[in-house]
Design a protein around this ligand. Structure first.
Ligand code: ADP
Ligand code: MG
Length: 502
C-alpha cells in the first residue's frame, strides 16, 4: 500500500492492534519455517520433544493458504476503512478498489454478490449460452419472425440459465429434455435458490464465528495438528470449556520419548484475542519472576507467559503433592496436562458436585490443607480460588487454573489471598459446613500470621497483614522475632527456567 504515485498520497497501513495481519506480517513466515524444521517443545525439563516429525506439507499448504486469505481479508477491511476516512462525507469519492487483495467475486462475504451472480464468470462446465436475441428484439423474417418475448425461446433460455444456479443446486438436464420454464417459474426458482444460498452462507458464517470465539485460529490449529502428527496426542476430541481467557479441549494421549503421556489429557489453549487479558496484567507484570520480560514483550508473547506461568505453578504444586493436573508439555500458548475425570467425562467443579455433608466436610478440610500447602510449601497464592476452580474427583478436591497465581510477595499478594479466603469461607458456610472458619480465621490459618480477629474491618486487617509481611529485611527480621517461620520461604528464582524462549 505504500504507494507514492497515488493521487491521495501514501496511506499509512495502520493495522488495528493485534489483528491477524499484525501478528503475521513480521513473523509468520519465519515462524512457520522454524516450526517446520524444528519444533522445540518446552516441558518442565525444557526437553525438545517434537523435533523429528515429518511435516505434512499438503495440510501446511492449506493452512498457509487459509492464513493468507485471512490476511488478505484483513488488509481489504483496513483498506475500506482508509477509503471511508479519506472520502469522508465528500460527494466526490475516490475508490481504492484497485488495491484490494481479494477480488470482489472471491470474497463471498460481499452482500453485493446477488447482482447478476449467475452470469459473471466463464465456467467450462456450463451449458451453452442460449442464442441471444439481437438488440433489435427479433430474429428471422416475415412469418418466421421471433421476438425476444417469444414464449418458447424464453422458456428454453430460462432453462439454460437455470444451469447457472449455484453448483449445489441440482437442476437436472433441463436442456436435454427441452424443458421450457416460464418467466414466473424461473424467477421463483431463482429466488428460492438465492435464499437457500444466503441461509447456508449464514450457517457457515456462524460456524466460523464460533470457531474464532474458541480461540482456535489457524496458528493454533496448526500447533494442535502438529501435536497429533508427532504422536504426542492420538486424537483431539472436543471442547470441555470456553472461558474468557482460555479454551480447554479433551484429547487422547499418545506417546513421547522422554515421558509417558496419560491416556486422557486436556489442552488448555490460552486465547490469543488479547483484550480479555488486559485486566489481568497486574497478576503478571508485578510478578518478579516475569517482570523483566513482561515490559519487553508484545501482547501475543504475553499470552504465552500465562501458559508458562501455569506450567511453573503446577510444577510447584506437584512437588508439594497437591492434587492437580500434571503438565505434559507446553507449546507456545497451549498447555497440555493430564485430564481430571474419566472416560471423557470431566470431573465436576466443586460448585456443581452433589455432595453430602460428610463429603463437604472432607472437602473443606482438604481445601484448608491445600491452601496452607500452596502458601507455605509452594510459596504461592492462587488468586482465583473458588468453587469454580476446584474439581471433585475420586473423593478429593483437585486444584486447577493457576495461570494467575502469584507469590505472596507480589504487591497485591495478600489482597488476593484474602479474596481467596473469602470465596472459600463463603462457599462452605453456605453449604452448611459448620466447621468452616470465618474469612479472617482462615487467612490466619493459611498464612500462620496471628492477626487478632475482632471487629476490625477488612482493609485494616489486610493492612496489618501487609505490614507483618513486608519484604523489607528489617520487617522480616521483626517477623522472624515473633516466631513466624513462613517468612523465611523466600522467592525461588530458579523457578524461571533460563531456556524458556517466548
Ligand atoms: P479458565 O481460565 O478458562 O477458567 P480453567 O483452567 O479453569 O480455565 O479451565 C476451565 C474449565 O475446564 C474448568 O472449569 C474445568 O471444568 C475444565 N478443566 C480445566 N482443566 C482441566 C483438567 N485438567 N481436567 C479436566 N477438566 C479441566
Ligand atoms: Mg477457571
Amino acid at each position: 500500500m505504500g504507494n507514492n504515485h497515488s493521487p491521495w498520497g501514501s496511506v499509512a497501513p495502520a493495522a488495528p492492534a493485534c489483528s491477524l495481519a499484525d501478528v503475521m506480517s513480521e513473523q509468520l513466515a519465519r515462524q512457520l519455517d522454524e516450526e517446520n524444521n524444528a519444533f522445540p517443545t518446552l516441558t518442565e525439563s525444557g526437553a525438545d520433544l517434537l523435533s523429528d516429525e515429518a511435516p505434512d506439507t499438503t495440510s501446511d499448504l492449506m493452512l498457509a493458504q487459509m492464513l493468507q486469505m485471512q490476511f488478505d481479508r484483513e488488509f481489504d477491511n483496513q483498506l475500506r476503512r482508509e477509503e471511508k476516512k479519506f472520502n469522508g462525507d465528500s460527494k466526490v469519492s475516490i475508490s481504492f478498489e484497485n488495491y484490494r487483495m481479494v477480488h470482489p467475486y472471491e470474497d463471498s462475504d460481499s452482500s453485493e454478490d446477488e447482482v447478476d451472480w449467475q452470469d459473471t464468470r466463464h465456467d467450462p462446465y456450463r451449458a451453452e449460452k442460449p442464442q441471444t436475441t439481437p438488440r433489435k428484439g427479433f430474429t428471422g423474417k416475415g412469418k418466421n419472425i421471433t421476438t425476444k418475448h417469444d414464449e418458447e425461446t424464453c422458456g428454453r433460455k430460462n432453462t439454460a440459465r437455470m444451469d447457472n444456479f449455484a453448483p449445489e443446486v441440482h437442476v437436472g438436464d433441463g436442456l436435454g429434455m427441452d424443458l421450457k420454464l416460464s418467466n414466473q417459474v424461473f424467477n421463483s426458482l431463482k429466488q428460492h435458490c438465492y435464499s437457500e444460498q444466503r441461509r447456508s452462507a449464514k450457517l457457515h458464517e456462524k460456524k466460523e464465528h464460533s470457531t474464532a470465539e474458541q480461540a482456535v485460529d489457524p496458528r493454533t490449529r496448526l500447533l494442535m495438528y502438529k501435536m497429533v502428527n508427532s504422536g504426542v496426542l492420538e486424537n483431539i476430541n472436543g471442547c470441555i470449556s470456553t472461558g474468557k481467557e482460555s479454551v480447554v479441549f479433551h484429547a487422547d494421549g499418545g506417546s513421547m520419548e522422554e515421558q509417558p503421556v496419560p491416556d486422557e489429557v486436556v489442552l488448555k489453549v490460552f486465547k490469543t484475542t488479547l483484550n480479555e487479558f488486559k485486566n489481568r496484567d497486574r497478576y503478571i507484570k508485578d510478578d518478579y519472576r516475569f517482570k523483566d520480560r513482561f515490559s519487553k514483550l508484545n501482547p501475543r508473547k504475553i499470552i504465552r507467559l500465562w501458559a508458562e506461568k501455569e506450567m511453573h505453578n503446577l510444577g510447584r504444586m506437584k512437588k508439594a503433592e497437591i492434587p492437580c493436573p500434571e503438565v505434559v508439555l507446553l507449546k507456545k500458548h497451549i498447555l497440555v496436562m493430564s485430564f481430571i475425570g474419566k472416560d471423557h467425562v470431566p470431573a465436576p467443579k466443586l460448585k456443581d458436585a452433589i455432595l453430602g455433608l460428610e463429603d463437604l466436610k472432607t472437602a473443606y478440610y482438604q481445601v484448608l490443607h491445600m491452601m496452607q500447602q500452596l502458601y507455605q510449601e509452594c510459596n504461592l497464592v492462587h488468586a482465583d480460588l473458588s468453587e469454580y476452580n476446584m474439581l471433585w474427583h475420586e473423593g478429593k478436591v483437585w486444584l486447577i487454573d493457576v495461570s494467575q497465581s502469584i507469590e505472596p510477595t507480589h504487591p497485591h499478594g495478600l489482597e488476593f489471598l484474602f479474596r481467596d479466603c473469602r470465596n472459600v469461607a463463603t462457599f462452605f458456610q453456605k453449604r452448611g459446613v459448620s466447621e468452616a472458619m470465618s474469612v479472617y480465621e482462615l487467612f490466619n490459618a493459611v498464612t500462620g500470621l496471628n492477626i487478632p480477629v475482632g471487629e476490625e474491618d477488612e482493609a485494616e486487617f489486610i493492612a496489618e497483614a501487609t505490614q507483618l509481611f513486608s519484604p523489607n529485611p528489617l520487617s522480616s527480621l521483626h517477623i522472624v522475632c515473633v516466631g513466624n517461620p513462613l517468612i523465611l520461604s523466600f522467592p525461588q528464582p530458579q523457578d524461571v527456567s533460563p531456556d524458556v524462549v517466548v
